[in-house]
Design a protein around this ligand. Structure first.
Ligand SMILES: [Mg+2]
Length: 259
């Protein structure tokens, strides 16, 4: 754990041979690229520095995120994206029997992936309530989640993020939905995604690199930076996303105004 944080003028001041990076607030905000990000990843691409994106956003598949990045001008394959949804599906596949019923809050794309993993999408008598970002989340869904948890279901959040940066402001994250269900039910949620280091380990395995070779770039101390630290990777906080949380006890190795 770092005890001092150094401000960088440019990321070129650091020596590293692989890059792990968050997406929201680092590469783009909503549908708009963060200034400098596309150029920076293009430079790493041309220099042969491998990169992999690790996102707590489970709205889309890795392939859909790779598509979005390609549209913005960053060369990216589905293999170069690990989502908290991927980590969550791996976790539930290891924990529950094939065919078990899950009450899922999330996009149609996420529900389709849960079904592809062999789980039944149910409204009641679920073994777990699995929560991803769902902009249609409402009181009826909170009630259904509560009923399942009172019946013994686990509460699993794809990520703990309470807030997400948009092009012109912020929106509540999936963690805020999970927190509302936790408040009503008294359940303690299990959270997938960052700051759990599993997603970082998965990304390093994809690139075939070790923690000593890699840097982790993010805009949230309690998720991106903490996950990097737990995986033993040098951490860089960029100031293009969520405002820095002055109450966090997590200190990044480096601060950077922009990529
Ligand atoms: Mg972010």
């Amino acid at each position: 754990m770092t005890t001092t944080t150094r401000r960088l003028g440019s990321i070129d001041e650091l020596g590293f041979s692989a890059v792990l990076s968050d997406l929201d607030g680092v590469v783009y905000r909503g549908e708009v690229a963060v200034p400098g990000a596309v150029e920076r990843f293009n430079r790493w691409q041309s220099e042969g520095v491998p990169y992999c994106f690790v996102t707590n956003n489970a709205e889309k598949s890795a392939a859909a995120f790779a598509n979005k990045l390609s549209t913005l001008g960053i060369a990216c394959t589905a293999e170069q994206v690990v989502t908290s949804g991927d980590v969550a599906l791996e976790f539930v596949s290891g924990k529950y029997a094939p065919g078990a019923g899950l009450y899922v809050i999330g996009t149609q794309a996420f529900k389709a992936r849960v079904a592809e993993c062999g789980f039944a999408l149910v409204e009641r008598d679920a073994v777990a309530v699995l929560v991803a970002l769902d902009r249609s989340f409402d009181y009826a869904m909170m009630t259904a989640a509560l009923g399942n948890i009172l019946g013994g279901a686990d509460l699993i959040g794809t990520n703990p993020d309470l807030i997400r940066p948009l092009a012109d402001g912020f929106e509540p994250g999936a963690g805020a939905i999970t927190a509302s269900i936790a408040a009503a039910s008294g359940a303690t949620p299990m959270f997938m995604g960052k700051p759990d280091p599993t997603i970082i380990h998965t990304a390093m395995a994809r690139l075939g690199v070790s923690a000593a070779d890699a840097i982790m770039i993010g805009d949230k101390l309690d998720t991106d930076i903490l996950a990097g630290q737990r995986a033993g990777v040098t951490s860089i906080f960029v100031e293009t996303g969520v405002p820095i949380d002055a109450h966090s006890t997590v200190l990044p190795d480096y601060l950077l105004a922009r990529l």
